[in-house]
Design a protein. Structure first.
Length: 418
């Protein structure tokens, strides 16, 4: 039986694994290294600054700056970093700081006596005293209700596209007003789509401003300090104090999670996006059906009433929702037993990232309603990894003294660990 199995090999999973390996835990890591990052279209850039995009190892030896120096490439403040370079950095980090990653996917995690039983996609079963779920964002993709259930040849999510060239010459509608929507629309235009339009609920497009210099004097730094989430004191609170955020009432956390760091385009994208001529704001997709000539007919509702438009394909760049019910890797009994944040679908997470089921630890997007907006970004991996592994060690010690973890208390629900 392993001490810890990490399910997922993106920035959070690899960071947790690096800290666990340094602690000498008997460890397995499953997942395809940096899978969602490798799947992004070529030509995309990282929105975060390079210094806010490090994966985490205990000694800080394998940051993005170390990778850039070793490879002789740029990773500088104010210089957009290609996504494929960041994905390559993650693979390099895995080779340097993590035991060999088993690229099979885990199909199921279920509680069992003494811990958990996991089943891989090819049917192998193994057991672990603790599990760290680091499945990234792909299980939680969100598609507007009117578009759900339509064939993938007509409707996709922005995360489905590793290559946009197949949409050249076609009429494409992109839904959303955030970075993924705006950058996808710009790339489609540059790659020869016949027509590209944006449809978004937002009444306006917001754009980030270019980042000020890191060294800009005391007074400007005090007025708007740099943080891994952007400049400003509010961002500083989100970036530096996730533990305080966790202690807020659930209703306050939900409200902040929904509103903080809303959709906005990167400063370096604005000029390129100007080529996208059809931008329809304050509108939503109310209905969708396939026409006889294999196109999509969209009913679009806006402040001036309803309109109809036809398009060849819709890309929903509408983000991800941390809904526990979408974490299908967890058995139904396990999902049903977990305490949730308020009335929402996200799990409540304790002080060291342990869920309300002893021995099951969570990371990344699923923890954002508990720990705040930084968990939606690579930046949050630094705060998470060492604390989560500390929680694993505490759980293992408790299990050695009182019986192993993974057995629910009375009624199948447990208190969230303090």
């Amino acid at each position: 039986m392993y001490d810890l199995v990490v399910v997922g090999a993106g920035p959070y999973g690899l960071s947790v694994a690096a800290h666990a390996a340094a602690q000498g835990l008997d460890l397995r890591v499953f997942g395809r290294s940096m899978e969602s990052w490798h799947a992004m279209p070529s030509g995309m850039f990282l929105k975060s600054e390079p210094w806010a995009s490090h994966l985490s190892d205990p000694e800080g030896r394998y940051g993005l700056d170390a990778y850039a120096a070793a490879r002789g490439v740029r990773a500088e403040h104010g210089v957009p970093l290609p996504v494929e370079r960041f994905a390559a950095y993650g693979d390099w980090f895995a080779r340097q700081a993590v035991p060999p990653v088993d690229e099979r996917l885990v199909g199921a995690v279920a509680p069992t006596a003494g811990g958990f039983e996991l089943r891989t996609e090819d049917g192998e079963r193994l057991r672990a005293r603790t599990v760290a779920l680091a499945v990234g964002v792909l299980p939680f993709l969100e598609v507007p209700g009117a578009l759900r259930g339509l064939p993938r040849r007509f409707v996709t999510h922005s995360s489905h596209h590793g290559d946009l060239d197949g949409l050249a010459g076609r009429d494409v509608t992109v839904v959303g007003a955030g970075q993924a929507a705006l950058e996808t629309a710009a790339l489609l235009t540059e790659r020869g789509a016949a027509a590209v339009r944006i449809v978004a609920r937002a009444g306006r497009l917001d754009w980030n401003t270019p980042p000020p210099a890191l060294d800009r004097g005391l007074l400007p730094s005090l007025r708007a300090p740099h943080t891994g989430l952007g400049c400003g004191w509010r961002n500083r609170l989100y970036a530096d104090t996730p533990g305080i955020f966790r202690r807020l009432p659930a209703a306050a956390r939900e409200r902040i999670f929904e509103r903080a760091l809303g959709p906005a385009g990167a400063w370096w994208l604005r000029e390129r996006f100007a080529a996208v001529g059809d931008v329809r704001l304050g509108q939503r997709i109310a209905s969708a059906d396939v026409t006889g000539d294999e196109r999509l007919r969209l009913g679009v509702a806006g402040p001036d009433g309803a309109t109809v438009l036809e398009t060849d394909h819709v890309i929903a760049a509408t983000g991800f929702v941390p809904d526990l019910d979408r974490a299908g890797v967890l058995s139904p009994a396990l999902r049903g037993a977990l305490r949730r944040v308020g009335a929402g679908g996200a799990p409540e997470v304790g002080r060291l990232f342990e869920s309300s089921w002893p021995g099951l630890f969570l990371s990344g997007l699923l923890t954002a309603p508990s720990y705040g907006p930084s968990m939606r970004f690579v930046f949050g991996a630094e705060y998470t990894a060492g604390r989560l592994v500390k929680g694993v060690r505490q759980r293992l010690r408790a299990g050695a003294g009182r019986g192993l973890p993974g057995r629910p208390r009375t009624g199948g629900r447990t208190a969230v660990p303090a």
